[in-house]
Write a protein that binds this ligand. Structure first.
Ligand code: NAD
Ligand code: TDX
Length: 341
């Protein structure tokens, strides 16, 4: 394989993947990242300069993308606008980056016959309904995205499938569940609640908190992507998940307990419009074909380590926390979303 381009490598999962690749392989990596509000160069600190290069640029910049891809052996595509709440406030950048950006990368990869791996989400399948004991999503589940974010991710998956079928692009797709761990932006659920407690504020639970997410540690997600990149069958989609379903209420209560707070020291706030109720993934294909297994299967242990990381890396998240909380406060001040209170 050799020379990888990792798009979005200054983001949560992209940075985690670059660290994973440097630890476990001898590949060289070029990170292509626009350093939006979600990117942080410090997430790449400590990596060897002779194996990791950083290019500050946009995946919609076709000449730049073409020039980088022409010198690569594979593209691992993480870059995206990734936050559902922001996609409800302003969907435009989601279409630009997630759809047009993916298209730009696909065109360059087809031109230069470069192996492509597309990192996507379980949210493309929509949700399993309230109180549902419906079986988890599989690779054959129909696409039924709910939010502007998940709709643009679904669109990008469809583009990749079309480039495989129509142009013979050597590509694979992965759809993973909610990931957690170090370097995750503080707008997201788990780091938002941990950093609330660190700052002496109360965690914020949307609606009743009965919504279910299927959690996986970011390092297990990275290991799965690497296995698919190196050993996955071309043209195939693999679902990634670690069988760790929890309600949001349970997760907040665990965070509070692990941080020495009373388990009811949180606020219920207005629900997210169109809030997906439950996600769950059946990762049998990945486990059986590629022998992948999650290593961080103890959720409490993973949460404790993540809490320690945020406690000891306040300078990494402090400025982002101020702006994320301004966004949430403005939204609540505007009565968001009045009709679902
Ligand atoms: P993130 O928001 O933390 O990081 C996104 C990165 O992409 C940032 O560094 C940002 O600067 C960069 N970026 C954004 N627009 C860009 C552009 N136009 N050009 C170049 N770079 C750009 O996101 P994340 O949580 O790390 O998610 C990464 C990928 O994994 C996304 O494709 C997401 O859909 C997918 N995914 C995430 C999760 C999760 O739980 N976080 C789960 C499944 C799949
Ligand atoms: O303050 C909060 N309170 C709360 O109850 C926040 C920020 C979220 N929530 C709820 C909403 C969701 O049910 O927690 C759950 C998780 O929320 P997010 O962290 O925003 O994640 P989600 O919307 O589930 O999407 C995530 O997983 C799939 C990532 O952000 C996506 O990029 C990924 O594709």
């Amino acid at each position: 394989m050799g020379r990888l381009i990792v798009t979005g490598g200054a983001g949560f999962l992209g940075a985690g993947f670059v660290h994973h690749v440097i630890r476990h392989t001898d590949h060289h990596v070029t990170v292509l990242d626009a350093l939006t509000y979600a990117g942080n160069r410090a997430s790449l600190d400590g990596l060897p300069a002779d194996r990791v290069a950083f290019v500050h640029g946009d995946i919609t910049d076709a000449p730049l993308v073409d020039s980088l891809v022409s010198r690569a052996d594979a593209v691992v595509h993480y870059a995206a606008e990734s936050h559902n709440d922001l996609s409800l406030a302003n969907p435009r950048p989601f279409v630009d980056t997630n759809v047009t950006g993916t298209f730009t990368l696909l065109e360059a990869s087809r031109t230069h016959d470069v192996r492509f791996h597309h990192v996507s989400t379980d949210e493309v399948f929509g949700d399993l309904g309230e109180g549902s004991d419906a079986p988890a999503f599989t690779e054959d589940s129909p696409y039924r995205p709910s939010s502007p974010y998940s709709a643009t991710k679904a669109a990008s998956d469809m583009l990749v499938r079309a480039w495989i079928r129509s142009f013979g692009l050597r590509a694979t797709i992965s759809n993973c569940t909610n990931s957690y761990g170090p370097y995750q932006h503080v707008e997201k659920f788990i780091p938002r609640q941990i950093t609330q407690v660190v700052r002496g504020e109360r965690p914020k639970l949307y609606g009743s908190g009965s919504h279910v997410r299927d959690w996986i540690h970011a390092d297990d997600h990275s290991a799965a992507v690497l296995a698919i990149l190196e050993r996955g069958r071309i043209g195939e989609t693999y679902l990634i998940g670690a069988d760790c379903e929890r309600t949001n209420r349970e997760v907040i209560e665990r965070i509070l307990a692990l941080m020495g707070q009373p388990s009811d020291a949180y606020d219920h706030v207005a629900d997210r419009p169109g809030h997906d109720h439950r996600y769950a993934i059946d990762a049998s294909k990945l486990r059986e074909e590629l022998g992948w297994m999650p290593r961080h299967s103890d959720f409490d242990e993973g949460l404790s380590a993540t809490i320690d990381w945020y406690r000891t890396h306040e300078s990494w998240w402090s400025a982002a926390k101020d702006s994320a909380e301004k966004f949430y406060a403005a939204r609540e001040g505007a009565g968001f979303p009045a009709d679902t209170m």
